[in-house]
Design a protein around this ligand. Structure first.
Ligand SMILES: [Zn+2]
Length: 150
């Protein structure tokens, strides 16, 4: 099975199967600003699991993203290692019932033709820090000096 071929998300969640692979930058158009074509591709692993008795997809993603530090305004690479468990509801009504019980639940509605690349892209977009910043002390001194002039 490949990420390029859509598959049934609920069936996969129930099957307990796993699948892993990598995606190229061209397959993740919404991340074109944050990925470099020469980087190692985004790695993913998807497993059908049960979460609180519900069929779920466990999605693990490793991606090197390029962000602009909001302190010194220079680009830097951050390695994202994401691990989410996404319960799969049979339909919209079931999803609403689950969300009523747990408003913070991050769940999906069953999709007979899940686009895995789009799902991986969503997770990376959610995983990117809202205000990206170098670790303390790692800022580019030139960038900082430039910022302080303004
Ligand atoms: Zn910085």
């Amino acid at each position: 099975m490949s990420a390029r071929r859509p598959f049934d998300s609920l069936q996969f969640a129930k099957s307990g199967e796993s699948l892993s692979g990598s995606l190229r930058v061209e397959e993740l158009p919404r991340l074109s600003d944050s990925l470099r074509p020469d980087d190692v591709a985004v790695q993913y692993r998807l497993v059908g699991v049960k979460a609180s008795g519900r069929p779920a997809l466990r999605l693990q993603v490793t991606a090197k993203v390029w962000l602009t530090c909001q302190r010194c305004m220079t680009r830097y690479a951050e390695l994202l290692e994401l691990d989410s468990v996404l319960p799969v509801a049979r339909n919209e009504a079931e999803l609403l019932r689950w969300e009523a019980l747990d408003p913070l639940l991050d769940a999906l509605v069953a999709d007979p033709a899940l686009d895995l690349a789009a799902l991986v892209e969503d997770e990376i977009l959610l995983g990117i820090p809202l205000v990206p910043m170098h670790a303390e002390g790692d800022c580019d001194p030139d960038g900082l000096a430039l910022m302080n002039e303004h």
